[in-house]
Design a protein around this ligand. Sequence first.
Ligand code: BES
Ligand code: ZN
Length: 666
Amino acid sequence: MIRVPLSRFPQLAPLLLLSLTLLAAGCQRGADDAPAAAARTGTAPAATADRDEHSYAEPEKVITEDLALDIALDFDARTIAGTATYTLQWKDQTATQLVLDTRDLTISKVEGEAGGGWQPLQYALADADPTLGSKLTIETPGRNPKVRVTYVTSPGASGLQWLTPEMTEGKTLPFMFSQSQQIHARSWVPLQDTPAIRYTYTARVTARPDVMVLMSADNDPAAQRDGEYTFSMPQKIPSYLMAIAAGDLVFKPISGRAGVWAEPAMVDRAVAEFIDTEKMIEVTEQLYGPYRWERYDLLILPPSFPYGGMENPRLSFITPTVIVGDKSLVSLVAHELAHSWSGNLVTFASAKHGWLNEGFTSYVENRIVESVYGKDVSDMEYVIARNALRDSIAGMPEATQALAVKPGTELDADDALSAVSYDKGAWFLQFLEQRFGRENFDAFLRGYFDHFAFQSITTEQFLEYAKANLFDKFPDTVTDAEIQEWVYAPGIPAYAPQVMSRNFGIVDSARLAWLGSPSLPPRQITDAWSTQEWLHFLDSLPQTLTVEQLAQLDAAYGFTGTDNGEIAMRWYPLAVRSGYTQANEALAEFTARVGRRKLIMPIYTALVQTEPGLALAKEIFARARPGYHPITTASVEAVINGATPVPAPVPAEVPVADDTTSAPAN
Ligand code: BES
Ligand code: ZN
């Protein structure tokens, strides 16, 4: 639940502007009011109004029903090569083309099945658009029931990372993994890369025989390494959930249906950290109905994984940075598991309805944390997230502060989901829960997941369903105006429910007492603090402190060199802003080793504000770059290239106690 969205980094503005212009150019309608109007009348807007601006696919003409991959992983060449075969359902009997999304793929052959055999088809690969990649247009005058594309990926594919053995824990075997969300699946498979289309898939994958290959499919915990692997995903999924990973991976069970895949040196620590996973599945099933994907395994990736977690079906991808030894960051697993209902079962039709995935998931995550770890913990997580949301909304244009983003206001796909989708989304659902009562709201959500299971939907479809099954069923509980404000207006409604954390009351008193006197809070108090309390303590400190104050904190609590990434992403930027250069060495080590954007972008952003900081940022980046994921590299480059540093840190003054924080309520 603790997140700092990239929208906090104004340095990305030029990149975002570029994509904004591109996307605005593709937007046909002056549709500003359309979603609100549709919500009022309860009718979903026409399909064209909701066309996915991030894909060239034409779902109104043809959709993929099944994808069969036959591919080979080549660690030396850093490529995936093979064929993708699509079973198609032609919706438009006058259509003559199949349009696929690709990025940096080399296409060598396209064939169509006709009369039992394969015939070559004509095709054209357009010049690459920087955001969308290259449109692949295949001539299909006969509307073939099956089409097959032979292709090879590029070594720099944006959705893949290839690691040398030295970059792994065990240092003996290479590693590779995919990250397809938002629009990177097209860099390793040519496909209709929009969540509006769902399909089943199978895969035959060959690789060097000493690595284990896994996919977002029916992984066998007892699979032998033999260089040839087959997979099947019998449930229909959207393209952003296509996933593959390979390396020195071993399996250890957590329960009969849950377990961990990790490098041998990590697997026991991971099992211990995530031992509550089965309990989490059970509480979510009690709330929202059966887990429909059979197995639920976790794959622990190397620290270069650019995200915290990714909800690849049956196999969530997880950063190792949450394995801190005390289960304090396992809400990440609650989150990725929750996506098995909100996201993987009921999916947003395009990224502008991202809150249907991330907002619902953040709400469900908090409910899981409350059930498994208690309300004190889930309340702390809500407060931390909402304080960050408030900070991030303050720097966002109004158009992007609405839950449902209007056509033409889309951001770059990698940054389309801001704290608004996550935390304002969860807040809206908590508001509904409080108004309708937990029992009614839980029953409603359970019905919603069932009703839209294995479908991709828009905000307006959700609202229409909620009107019939919640709002009209309990009249006069919420007003139309309230719903409209939550979904389509900027900011947070004044009547949003407030969460108070008892634990944070103590943290706030301790912080204020310390800032007003030279002595730190008593040990008896701070010894009892969990990670969440420390995060709140750090979040509430002034923007800068004196070097002496930081040295005092560091001597007492050992923040510099911490293994806890959530602490590191708060402490190091504070150290940089305050000119506490004693932290630089550990900061550089952390930033070069970890590729998770949320943790390191705040550090780079703090560094590039001054000339010596920018020099250090460049040095770290030069060292780290070969080990960074392409998505992380792009984000860091944007921040470094957009820097306008001042000569040196502004000398910190001793802050005055009462303007120490932007006053979080708790
Ligand atoms: N699906 C997201 C990751 C994602 C979002 C990838 C948008 C690409 C584009 C995943 O479920 C997620 O939200 N991960 C969070 C962790 C979570 C606890 C907030 C992350 O990676 O920080
Ligand atoms: Zn998520």
